[in-house]
Design a protein around this ligand. Structure first.
Ligand code: NCD
Length: 331
């Protein structure tokens, strides 16, 4: 009973019969209306009290477990803050960063936590499909949110990125978005592409060395570029990705220095994009590898705003799945 490595689309698992969010495992297969509902709900939280979102009693009496089998700082802490601002009780469990957790162990962990009356699991795991596995085996009232599974999906990161783009740039239809870097190993890129397509982005580009583009890139519905200057041309939004060294098995790249020469975002290269371009990065950033410090800390960067918006977006997802009007939610 190990988690599946090729998860199937699970729209039926994610939505209730009436189209409400039950689990949030992947962007794939979710209708535009659901993504827009998440963005609109996040907007209401973000505008509650300026940058510091105020506390609301929506999930009072609910217990949320952050079940992290893989290291994380900003994702785990923003999930924790989001849960606290919804007045839920939160438990953080960091289960062995490098350990490969077998299906049975995962299921045993799940059963034990269910016995403590957990209402929601926020799951991060190195295996693709781990969150789906938990969602399939959890008790009917339990909700599951995927906080990153292997190379597969990271739907809340994608939604906080969409929130950032919508807030900073407006209508998706007019925008050209370039995603630059290690597309092959990135669960974030996969979820972002699905979200951008669903929300109707005008143009979506992926930019990477050939070795870091997935073989199925033609089927992703994006423009692929192996030249950074071309990929950046007239872009409204540039999303930089980290080189995911921990996921690379062979020699994908000559050296970090050479990578920076060819694919590192500098102020000079950013001039190819539109003058009002925004620069994003899900973090953690590797300065001098994929991005120059002057760009990361410069006026076009919205990297820290993404972190702040992440709280409101995670509040939105949690409250939609578990809130008062949700099936199985409080009356
Ligand atoms: C990403 C992740 O873990 O997938 N980071 C994040 O969630 N903020 C991207 C990464 O690790 O590079």
């Amino acid at each position: 009973m190990t988690p599946s490595h090729t998860p199937t689309p699970t729209s039926a698992l994610q939505l209730t019969d009436s189209g409400r969010l039950r689990h949030f495992l992947t962007i794939e297969g979710l209708p535009r209306t659901v993504l827009e509902q998440i963005l609109d709900t996040a907007e209401s939280f973000a505008s509650l009290g300026g940058p510091a979102v105020k506390k609301v009693p929506l999930l009072r009496g609910k217990t949320i477990v952050n079940l992290f089998f893989e290291a994380s700082t900003r994702t785990r802490t923003t999930f924790e803050l989001a849960a606290k601002r919804l007045s839920a009780d939160v438990l953080n469990l960091n289960v062995g960063a490098a350990a490969t957790v077998k299906g049975e162990t995962l299921l045993d962990t799940l059963r034990n936590l269910e016995a403590m009356h957990t209402d929601m699991f926020v799951v991060r795991h190195a295996d693709s499909g781990a969150a789906h596995f938990i969602a399939r085996h959890a008790a009917p009232h339990v909700r599951v949110i995927n906080a990153g599974d292997g190379r597969h999906a990271h739907p809340t990161q994608a939604m906080l990125d969409m929130f950032t783009i919508r807030r900073e740039k407006g209508d998706f239809g007019r925008l050209c978005v370039a995603i630059v870097g290690d597309i092959l190993h990135s669960r974030v890129a996969r979820s972002q592409i699905q979200a951008l397509r669903t929300l109707g982005a005008g143009c979506i580009r992926v930019v990477a060395p050939r070795t870091l583009l997935p073989a199925e890139v033609a089927s992703l519905g994006v423009e692929a570029h192996v030249d950074l200057d071309e990929g950046l041309r007239d872009a409204d939004v540039v999303i930089m990705l980290r080189l995911q060294r921990e996921r690379m098995s062979g020699a994908f790249l000559p050296s970090e220095h050479e990578y920076f020469q060819q694919f590192g975002l500098t102020e000079a290269r950013l001039r190819r994009a539109r003058p009002d371009v925004i620069v994003m990065h899900p973090g953690p950033i590797n300065r001098g590898v994929e991005i120059d410090s002057r760009v990361a800390d410069g006026g076009r960067s919205v990297i820290l705003r993404q972190v702040t918006y992440g709280i409101a977006v995670r509040m939105a997802v949690m409250s939609l799945a578990l809130g008062p009007d949700a099936p199985g939610g409080a009356a």
